[in-house]
Write a protein that binds this ligand. Structure first.
Ligand SMILES: Nc1ncnc2c1ncn2[C@@H]1O[C@H](COP(=O)(O)OP(=O)(O)O)[C@@H](O)[C@H]1O
Ligand SMILES: [Mg+2]
Length: 252
């Protein structure tokens, strides 16, 4: 019999871009986010490409897909897009983002040691992860290394313990991902007009498919499990008030 936690759980990542633009059809691009799949997620794109907008939308969808999930939100730059989350106990800004990391990392360790027997999904959403790490590197290299190692552990061990990281950043430079941990993302999203080197870094085997394509704000590429490439349209949030309510509740 299939264990409850092993049942497929689908998350809509966006809509097929060519169908949307070509004939106005909304065909969802979904992925299984149950623990049997790697749902560690990286969202890249230049400033203004729509990462924060996407994060809000994705966050609310994730809460609906995982009603028993535990969520933590780290917003390094304290962006206006997330201003509605201010005051939520599991919403962290600026230097406090490291408290979010520690909270989730402690849960990972407790599960790993067997002390914590729970298995509901725990998600840390971390906006502007790279900017956060680079500022730590500038301040104190040793401390930054400790932080990055925790992130690596989350990425490496998270799937089997139902702990996931969703991080957004402009460029996935290797400095913030020690020992190849960048390869541990099962879901990679690149939004908007990205420079070639971003694709080369994250989609080296798919350069032919991406070549010549142009993506606007809220459009981009998704690579699932390193093998399935999709072009997506994020679309607009229909009921942003409801979306916000869902997200606030999930962090409270
Ligand atoms: N899919 C979308 N539909 C409608 N507006 C969007 C979409 N994506 C982004 N925007 C708008 O574009 C602007 C920049 O998006 P934002 O998410 O802040 O970009 P980033 O986080 O990548 O810098 C915001 O005003 C946002 O509301
Ligand atoms: Mg942003």
């Amino acid at each position: 019999m299939m264990m409850k936690s092993d049942a497929p759980k689908l998350l809509t990542l966006g809509y097929d871009l060519d169908a949307w633009n070509g004939y106005g059809a909304k065909i969802p691009i979904t992925t299984d986010i149950s623990p049997k799949n790697n749902s560690q997620m990286l969202i890249c794109g230049m400033s203004g490409s729509g990462k924060s907008y996407y994060e809000n939308a994705l966050f609310s969808k994730l809460v609906l897909a995982e009603p028993h999930g535990e969520f933590h939100f780290a917003d390094y730059k304290s962006e206006d897009s997330f201003a509605y989350l201010r005051g939520c106990p599991r919403y962290y800004t600026y230097k406090n983002t490291l408290h979010a990391l520690d909270a989730v990392y402690d849960r990972l360790n407790a599960r790993q040691s067997g002390e914590d027997k729970s298995c509901n999904p725990i998600t840390l959403i971390w906006d502007e992860y790279m900017a956060n790490v680079l500022s730590l590197v500038n301040e104190d290299k040793k401390f930054a290394a400790v932080v990055m190692n925790k992130v690596s552990e989350l990425l490496l061990l998270g799937r089997s313990l139902s702990v996931r990281l969703i991080s957004t950043l402009q460029r996935a430079d290797s400095i913030a991902f020690p020992v190849g941990s960048r390869l541990n993302y099962g879901i990679v999203v690149i939004l908007g007009a990205a420079i070639k080197s971003i694709y080369e870094m994250l989609l080296p085997d798919f350069m032919e498919q991406v070549k010549g394509r142009v993506f606007g704000q809220g459009e981009g590429v998704v690579l699932l499990q390193g093998s399935q490439l999709h072009f997506i349209k994020v679309g607009t949030v229909q009921d942003s008030e409801r979306m916000r309510q869902i997200c606030v509740k999930a962090l409270s």
